[in-house]
Design a protein around this ligand. Sequence first.
Ligand SMILES: [Zn+2]
Length: 295
Amino acid sequence: MTSPRKDWNVLSHGSAILPSHGREHNLSLVLQTLADQGALSRADLARATGLTRVTVSELVAELLHRSHVIETGTQEGKRPGKPSTLVDLNRPGLRIIGVDLSGIIPFRAAIMDLDGVILQSFSSQGRGATGQDAADQLLELLDTALAQCQVPVLGIGIGSPGVVTDKGIVLSAEKFGWRDYDLCSAVEQATGISTHVLNDADCAILAEHTFGQGSGHMILLRLGRGVGCGVITHNTLVRGAGFAAGELGHVRLHAQDTAECGCGNIGCLETCISLPAIWKALSEGQPKDQLDQQV
Ligand SMILES: [Zn+2]
């Protein structure tokens, strides 16, 4: 068996077979297994997923029909007989698009291959948009990226600041003034492409866990326009009650502080150690020792 990919850490994605697991779950499980392990025979896929060989054959047939997987050659079986055919993700024939809404600079998007290698990058024009204007700016950026993509796009991933549900609804993102905004559905309806929306710090920790130096138990603290934190335990992303795990930015540190936060409270961590807060303090000539203490 050969694999074109580097060694990745993989999230725990469970197994199949439970009655509640639908066909889409099992299709996803096959794709995740191929992403993690590279090309496999149908028999090896059955062993790796815990599904029956008959089920795996049906799932692979559907994925071949969708062009999500391809047959890449054969390998000699462990027993005498016909060599088995290897199946892999359609790495040459599919792309994914990632979008970062968290930066100080305008929105950024990238076309990537299925191994996460960035092939082309894009930035939106203008900054400071809120509400529907911010959503429109995002959709324009996606239009630009999709127009440049020469092969089909398997899915779109978006990292958004704020609290985001498992359905991709942004419960609150002060930066854009979004409340209970179904960003995932808005993008899917506009593009017709399967979309995942996740908190930006959660995206960062998943990237670090998968491609970087992460372990199965880790915390990532992210300082940008806001303050975010992602948590992984036992190779599983912790979402938390209300999907707000790691949302440290609005913890009130200084009750006596007068700096007003975008959330309406005063003394939030974001008003002390986010990048805009640090730049503001520097521009106002705040003494370094005082700034150190603050950070
Ligand atoms: Zn706040």
